[in-house]
Design a protein around this ligand. Structure first.
Ligand code: TRP
Length: 334
């Protein structure tokens, strides 16, 4: 069975972008693949979260994962920092990752701009840690959003490079995966770009009805079309993209037609959009609240997931160490 791995950083809450861009794919994959899904708490340290909030961040994403439909009986669900094998692979992959290629990563260049006072080495090697997450399980398929394509390319480069460098065949090359034709990009409500945790333009799975309506009603639009069948400006196209994701086809057609014949009222469009988002997310919100409280259940889920993840990671690491040339004085085991 092919191996699937993916993860989400433990910062903030999951939004519609995470849900439709990533989680929905995870959930569908659980029946047909050997799945590993984790919470990337180490990755979230690049932005220096306060220690008092750090664990709650992990617990939040875990509860949101489970409430969205990840099934601990089908998938290994774990927290990155509980699997130290990842870090050993990380240091080894760092030795074959070059400063130039890491500096050229788009996400790194973005971060330099966004947080010029905190350009730490963890940011630079973010793609190496991500490659370690993937390669430690020798994953074949990685369900991620479009924004992660470049990181995934880095994981492929490192898999190939390791195999060549150490004349081995330890790692398969991981591929991005989703069930549609294209990776889904969920836009934000602020007129341009994708929905992101740090962009402040998102609708969250844990949002209540009132704040969903408020956010959607405030979304950027324009004065409305003046010519029949005119091209949609980006902010309006984005609302239609969201509508296509959460509403049924007839609703999308109705509003597309009214846009094309210039009778559209953006207020109606937004009202419908808010309603359909609520229909999708409010049941999930209720489950999040239940699960978040259930310490014993969370512990069980993570225990099982971690055991599976470490078993898989240890098997890989054994081959990795052999390929690199480690022979321990302390054990006769090779
Ligand atoms: N970089 C991913 C993000 O920002 C999170 C992530 C970390 C990840 N390690 C991964 C995703 C491994 C897929 C596979 O969302």
């Amino acid at each position: 069975m092919e191996i699937v791995l993916s993860g989400i950083r433990s910062t903030g809450h999951l939004h519609l972008g995470n849900y439709y861009g990533a989680l929905r794919n995870y959930i569908k994959m659980q029946d047909n693949f050997n799945c590993f899904f984790f919470i990337a708490d180490l990755h979230s340290l690049t932005t220096h979260p306060h220690p008092d909030d750090f664990h709650a961040g992990v617990r939040t994403i875990l509860a949101e994962y489970l409430a969205s439909g990840l099934d601990p009986q089908k998938s290994a669900i774990f927290v990155q920092s509980d699997v130290p094998e990842i870090l050993e692979l990380y240091i080894l992959l760092n030795m074959i990752s070059y400063k130039g290629e890491l500096e050229r990563t788009t996400s790194f260049k973005d971060k330099i701009r966004q947080q010029p006072d905190n350009v730490n080495a963890g940011l630079l090697t973010y793609p190496v840690l991500m490659a370690s997450d993937i390669l430690i399980h020798r994953a074949n398929l990685v369900p991620v959003g479009k924004d992660q394509e470049q990181h995934l390319e880095m994981a492929r480069v490192l898999a190939r490079r390791f195999n060549t460098f150490y004349n081995s065949e330890v790692f398969p090359e991981p591929k991005a995966f989703n069930f549609g034709d294209d990776l889904v990009k969920v836009p934000g409500l602020d007129g341009s770009g994708k929905m992101g945790k740090s962009e402040g333009n998102g609708v969250y799975l844990c949002d209540d009805e009132k704040s969903i309506r408020k956010k959607v009603m405030k979304a950027v639009t324009d004065a409305g079309p003046t010519e029949h069948n005119s091209e949609m400006p980006e902010p309006v196209a984005n609302l239609f993209t969201l509508l296509k994701i959460v509403s049924d086809q007839s609703t999308v057609e109705e509003f597309t037609n009214s846009y094309n014949n210039c009778t559209i009222r953006y207020g109606d469009l937004k009202k419908q959009l808010a309603e359909d988002i609520c229909k999708q997310t409010l049941p999930i919100k209720a489950r999040i609240e239940e699960i978040y409280k259930d310490e014993e259940y969370l512990r069980k889920v993570v225990k099982r997931g971690t055991d599976l993840a470490r078993e898989s990671a240890q098997a890989t690491l054994k081959e990795v160490r052999k390929a690199v040339g480690f022979r321990s004085f302390l054990s006769s085991d090779d």
